[in-house]
Design a binder for this molecule. Structure first.
Ligand SMILES: [Zn+2]
Length: 192
């Protein structure tokens, strides 16, 4: 199967939001351990078999000084290492540390973070996917002509920020992986 690129949100999509754990870390206590959502690792494993994976995460909590950049980096390094142990390769991991009021070009649904990945990783956006639990993820995906999947973990799209509707809705990342597999298969079958 042709490799597509899947852009994934982090908190509420792959792992449980644990701002408090990261906050505690600032005080020198607690650990920076990713807390995986149900079926997230299983789904990523499936997706990684015939797709490229890229993480794009909004982290305004850094800009507000609630969590420290170095702590979040450490959490992501641990996440990346745990993924590699399971044979799941992320081609790129990106995050926007800016405050909402800074109106930066990289905070989703702005396309800066995704465009940076496209350029650095030489991504072909054609037949790409965007998966997330918030409407900013779906809005960004739609603007970039990606196929979009809203996962009903995390906010489940109930954040109320943007009106864009996802192409598909999945209960978790494993369901999302099966939707992608099916759609890709259907398209290849048509081209036979
Ligand atoms: Zn930013």
């Amino acid at each position: 199967m042709e490799k597509s690129t899947i852009f994934l949100d982090f908190y509420g999509t792959i792992v449980n939001k644990d701002s408090f754990g990261i906050f505690l870390r600032r005080l020198g206590i607690g650990s920076l351990k990713p807390k995986y959502l149900r079926n997230a690792v299983k789904g990523l494993k499936e997706m990684s078999m015939d797709n490229r994976l890229v993480l794009i995460s909004n982290q305004a909590a850094i800009g507000y000084g609630i969590i420290q950049d170095k702590d979040f980096k450490q959490l992501l390094e641990r996440f990346d290492a745990e993924m590699k142990e399971k044979g799941i390769i992320f081609d790129g991991i990106y995050y926007c540390p800016h405050r909402i009021s800074e109106k930066c070009p990289c905070r989703k649904p702005e396309p800066g973070m995704l465009e940076k990945a496209v350029q650095e990783l030489k991504i072909e956006l054609n037949s790409g996917w965007m998966i997330g639990d918030q409407t900013c993820d779906i809005s960004l995906g739609k603007n970039k002509n990606l196929q979009t999947i809203l996962v009903t973990t995390g906010y489940a799209g109930n954040d109320g920020h943007y009106k864009d509707k996802p192409d598909y809705v999945a209960a978790d990342l494993y369901n999302a992986s099966q939707i992608i597999k099916f759609i890709k298969f259907s398209k290849e079958e048509k081209n036979d």
